[in-house]
Design a protein around this ligand. Structure first.
Ligand code: ADP
Length: 320
């Protein structure tokens, strides 16, 4: 693929799922069979969504991940390639099927989701080592927690060793992160539920988020951005100057960025859009303050549209 020197480069290490989405009046009870209203099969997985977001929002993106050698895997690969994403480090497992998310959405927009990780579970530290050149070529490395922890840790460590801007979206969060991960991360970006799980503190308001972020910084995270849905983002940044990521230990610079007010239709992939947009900006050399504002505009646009990947805007749609 031709290299465009004007665009930042983002490597995404993460999950790819085929989302099987059904709509029904309500969620079924155990043992019950319900008639649904609609069915859709769409590309998903936090890794894939964030890769698409970073690409649409301006970055040159490479994906490290694992699909199955099956039609779902081929479809996911084709979808990423159609976005111009480099899939040279996207493996096709011979033993596991492509990850699947079974999603039921009811009339009040509640959902119930079962994810079978499948081939996503085959991402290993060896896969990361084999594709170190992909990380070395990037400005920003993004990971989430839908792939095995030892592979995530290997990617974070390689990103840090190679001097990249390292982002971890700790989703889904099941408990505190291993203490030795935190110094490997430049930007830890949980949503409010994840921030609560990681810190052990309740997170409902920007003030709560500031307390949780401060606790996570005390534990070793450099910069913490807590996304708060319609309440925006709470950023706890290292150093006196926003964007100065190397001053861990300096006074905390904590800023609340209210979200643009929009009419929300469907908030699926808002967080993924925010992270992809932020990464695309940081990869271009933007300061963190400008990167957060850009990413919020992109995420706010995404919630005005239905669906996950279809809702992710393109760069030209974001006001300068
Ligand atoms: P996740 O999808 O991971 O739960 P959030 O719901 O916190 O993430 O959303 C991520 C970001 O998307 C928010 O910080 C905000 O900038 C934007 N966003 C989400 N919901 C809305 C909304 N209703 N109105 C405006 N912006 C929103």
């Amino acid at each position: 693929m031709a290299i465009d020197v004007t665009r930042g480069r983002v490597a995404v290490v993460g999950s790819l799922n085929m989302d099987l989405v059904v709509r029904a009046a309500r969620l079924p009870h155990p043992g019950e069979t319900l008639a649904g209203q609609a069915f859709a099969q769409v590309a998903g997985g936090k890794g894939g969504n964030q890769a698409v977001a970073a690409a649409r929002l301006g970055a040159q993106v490479a994906m490290i991940g694992c699909v199955g050698a099956d039609p779902n895997g081929a479809q996911l690969r084709a979808g990423l390639e159609a976005e111009g994403i480099d899939c040279g480090a996207l493996h096709a497992s011979q033993t596991a099927s492509t990850g699947v998310a079974l999603i039921v959405v009811d009339d009040s927009s509640q959902n119930a989701i079962v994810i079978v990780a499948g081939s996503n579970g085959e991402l290993t530290p060896e896969t990361i080592a084999r594709h170190e050149a992909v990380l070395a070529a990037a400005d920003v490395v993004i990971c989430q927690l839908e792939t095995p922890p030892d592979a995530v840790r290997a990617a974070l460590a390689a990103g840090r060793r190679l001097g990249k801007i390292v982002i971890l979206n700790p989703a889904p969060a099941t408990g505190p992160l291993p203490a030795d991960w935190l110094p490997l991360i430049d930007y830890l970006i949980p949503n409010e539920l994840e921030a609560a799980t990681l810190s052990g503190l309740p997170v409902r308001t920007p003030e709560d988020a500031a307390s949780a972020a401060a606790a996570l910084r005390l534990a070793g995270a450099r910069n913490v951005l807590v996304t708060l849905g319609a309440q925006g983002v709470l950023a706890a940044l290292a150093g006196a100057t926003p964007g100065d990521a190397d001053d861990a230990g300096d006074p905390v610079h904590s800023v609340h960025y209210p979200a643009p007010q929009v009419k929300a239709i469907d908030t699926t992939a808002a967080g993924d859009t925010f992270i992809g947009g932020l990464a695309a900006q940081l990869a271009e050399g933007a300061a963190i303050d400008a990167a957060i504002r850009f990413a919020q505009q992109a995420a706010a646009l995404s919630v005005t549209r239905a669906g996950a990947q279809p809702s992710i805007p393109r760069r030209a749609e974001i006001a300068a």
